[in-house]
Ligand binder design. Structure first.
Ligand SMILES: [Zn+2]
Length: 270
């Protein structure tokens, strides 16, 4: 599933091409995505100029010249790909946006958990949630410490809770907790401020490394040019149960926490 680094990679890759471009034509071939593609989606997007492209959590946001915002969430298997006008149609190409220079921005999504909408600006917050963006300035040790107070959940569940921290999923939370030396099951309320400082540092470090590597391609993820990311080659713990820890050689352990596989080193993480 695409997480924050993959979306950030998309924004950086597609942003320069999309900013300032106008939408010439929109074709919806399949509207059964998450929440459905609204009947006025085509009318709201056609003819509009894309003013900017940025990210909030795992959402791509493109403010349009009429003040509305085009929102894209890739769900589990979504891909947004920019290609020339002669791009051959593929299975699961659900929405095709033709730009004024003839290029095609195609939304492909085999499992259809993604979301596409054009919203009034004041409706965007309700859709994306109020969680702190882990690359934003507001994500500080003190802010994370405040979030952990009175929480009965594990730190892993808290970091994956989109209402509190936006954009982190299972892969990166496993990697962040390893880098911070904290076990996934540790009670959030038990963390000290110094632990939160380590977590914030680890979060920024893991996300920056993943963005540099172009994201992780676990299953279907591709960037805006159809290229896979390579961060999966750098995973320290994710999906490495039984393999030696890259730091201390102790076998990595797996454990299910709130329904998701967790991986940790029993020696490096306490
Ligand atoms: Zn270790």
């Amino acid at each position: 599933m695409p997480e924050l680094p993959e979306i950030e990679t998309l924004v950086r890759g597609l942003g320069p091409d999309l900013r300032g471009r106008a939408v010439a034509r929109v074709t919806v071939r399949e509207n059964r995505l998450r929440g459905g593609v609204a009947s006025d989606f085509v009318a709201r997007l056609s003819g509009r100029r894309i003013r900017d492209l940025h990210r909030r959590g795992k959402y791509l946001l493109a403010p349009l010249d009429d003040g509305r915002v085009w929102l894209v969430h890739l769900g589990m298997t979504g891909r947004l790909t920019l290609a020339g006008p002669d791009r051959a149609r593929e299975r699961h190409d659900h929405v095709v946006v033709e730009l004024d220079d003839g290029r095609l921005l195609t939304y492909n999504d085999p499992r259809r958990f993604g979301r596409l909408a054009v919203l009034e600006p004041e409706a965007v917050g309700a859709e994306t949630g109020a969680g702190l963006d882990p690359l934003g300035q507001a994500f500080t040790p003190a802010a994370l410490f405040a979030l952990t107070r009175e929480r009965r959940t594990s730190i892993k569940a808290l970091l994956m809770d989109q209402r509190r921290v936006a954009g982190l999923g299972n892969i990166y939370v496993n990697e962040i907790l390893f880098r911070a030396g904290i076990r996934p099951r540790r009670r959030a309320a038990r963390l000290r401020l110094v632990d939160c400082a380590r977590l914030v540092r680890a979060t920024r470090g893991v996300l920056a490394a993943a963005i540099r590597a172009g994201g992780s391609s676990i299953s279907d993820y591709r960037d805006g040019r159809g290229q896979p990311g390579w961060f999966q080659l750098h995973h320290q713990v994710y999906d490495r149960a039984g393999s030696p820890c890259r730091r201390c050689a102790t076998p990595i352990r797996a454990q299910v926490i709130v329904g998701r596989s967790s991986f940790y080193c029993p020696r490096c993480q306490t």
